[in-house]
Design a binder for this molecule. Structure first.
Ligand code: SF4
Length: 212
């Protein structure tokens, strides 16, 4: 059984899968409390569901893309079984995690999106460095940038761990806190190798809506 906050069908707004019709499985519970969190409803709300019920709901939407998100999905061990079954059934599975829990047992067929928390998130130092050992060429790193301090911190983190050389690194402006243009100029002027990412879904629907 997994405690699930919601399962919904929408357009992927982030990562290199941005724009693709995707089924989102949002698990309940998070060990962090980021200052900009837009899914506070996922902290406690949800219902326990067995894997067959979850799989049936996913398959109903007839898209190959499934994103496991939260909350923090890795707080619930059974999420590993769910992701493996989805891979066995031919789905392209991505996992969004803060990297504050070990990714050791994540099925290697899953695309891991590591959302490394910056100082202004209020959850800096939550990233487990051991997770750098459980990456693959499909892994992507994401940083939500809230300020110049965050930008400089992210740049240093990426350079220190050679992330730009090995992975796709995404910088997102914190929604309504940082202008996309400010971040674009910062990336250009600082000669960063990060890829600017706008949270597409927030421009299509308003922040409270998640799609259909
Ligand atoms: S990790 Fe995600 S769900 Fe958890 S507090 Fe931060 S933004 Fe919210």
């Amino acid at each position: 059984m997994l405690k699930i906050n919601e399962i919904f069908f929408s357009i992927q707004g982030e990562t290199t899968y941005a724009g693709l019709p995707t089924v989102f499985v949002r698990t309940t519970g998070c060990n962090l409390r980021c200052t900009y969190c837009d899914t506070t409803y996922s902290y406690y709300e949800g219902e326990k569901q067995d894997l067959e019920t979850i799989l049936k709901e996913i398959e109903r939407h007839r898209t190959p893309y499934v994103c496991i998100t939260g909350g923090e999905p890795l707080l619930q061990k059974e999420v590993h079984e769910l992701m493996s079954i989805l891979c066995d059934r031919g789905f392209k599975v991505s996992l969004e995690t803060s990297g504050s829990r070990s990714c050791k047992d994540v099925d290697p067929r899953v695309k891991i999106i590591l959302d490394v928390k910056t100082p202004d998130s209020g959850a800096a130092d939550s990233f487990l460095l051991e997770n750098l050992n459980f990456t693959s060429e499909t892994t992507e790193f994401k940083f939500v940038i809230c300020s110049e301090t965050d930008f400089n911190w992210a740049e240093q983190f990426c350079r220190q761990h050679d992330l730009f050389e090995k992975f796709c690194v995404l910088y997102s402006p914190s929604y309504k806190e940082i202008e996309p243009r400010w971040l674009a100029e910062k990336i250009l002027h600082q000669n960063s190798s990060a890829r600017l990412q706008l949270q597409l879904h927030k421009y299509i629907w308003n922040a409270e809506q998640r799609g259909v």
